[in-house]
Design a protein around this ligand. Structure first.
Ligand code: G3P
Ligand code: CA
Length: 225
């Protein structure tokens, strides 16, 4: 069962920061989940919200600020907002990276960056897993490059997610863990889909979901898996 660190090891360090990703690597996770938006000047920025208000000392929409402007703000007083390329370099293929597309606009840039790391730096496509609640974005990923592994996110309708995942030949389904049962987990796996539920933090919940034999667990506390 794969250990996947949510926004890095968010239970221990500020989400989506280098220290959070390093902490996850230190915990020997199998994968790191992170979120991306596009900056005003077309850089791929690792941040969860569409604004920087909650997590930094600044204010404004990510897509209205340049990379230079974004770099001036701090997370918890010290940490810079990372770019996706810088996180790739930190991770250096030591685990896979689950990139959650938070906007449609970032899709093509992410595909290009992945292709660059595969063709110019020798990375394997299996070091990446691109997921999104925006299924149009996922369809665009599949259209642009059918070698990129795709994960279909859902918090509402598992059957619809299953049908869509087969349609775009996704690798995995990422359901909110409350949607899961042993039966529907098996149903997805019988259709050759891996099941990576999120975000499971409480020990009781982790124990229960483990009995469903999911393929991996996305959590703020990777050491609890
Ligand atoms: O990718 C799973 C999970 O991260 C989706 O929800 O809000 O934490 O990005 P959120
Ligand atoms: Ca996410």
């Amino acid at each position: 069962m794969l250990k996947i660190a949510h926004r890095g090891a968010k239970g221990y360090e500020p989400e989506n920061t280098f220290v959070s990703f390093q902490k996850a690597l230190d915990m020997q996770v199998d994968g790191i989940e992170l979120d991306v938006h596009l900056s005003a000047d077309g850089e791929i920025i690792v941040i969860h919200d569409e604004t920087i208000d909650r997590t930094t000392n600044g204010k404004g929409f990510v897509n209205a600020l340049s990379l230079h402007e974004l770099k001036a703000f701090r997370i918890n007083g010290t940490h810079e907002i990372p770019t996706l390329a810088a996180v790739f370099d930190l991770v250096n293929q030591n685990c896979f990276i689950n990139i959650e597309l938070k906007s449609y606009e970032v899709t093509e840039k992410v595909v290009s960056l992945l292709e660059k790391y595969v063709t110019k730096k020798g990375w394997k496509y299996d070091r990446f897993l691109v997921s999104s609640f925006d299924w149009n974005a996922l369809q665009q990923v599949a259209f642009l490059n059918d070698k990129i592994p795709i994960g279909v996110l859902t918090e509402t309708d598992l059957d619809l997610a299953l049908a869509f995942a087969k349609f775009i030949q996704a690798k995995s389904i990422h359901p909110h863990f409350h949607l899961l049962t042993q039966e529907n987990t098996a149903k997805m796996q019988q259709k050759d889909l891996q099941v990576f539920p999120w975000t499971i933090n409480e020990l009781e919940d982790i124990k229960k979901i483990k009995t469903f034999n999911v393929n991996g667990i996305i959590t703020d506390f990777p050491n609890r898996i």
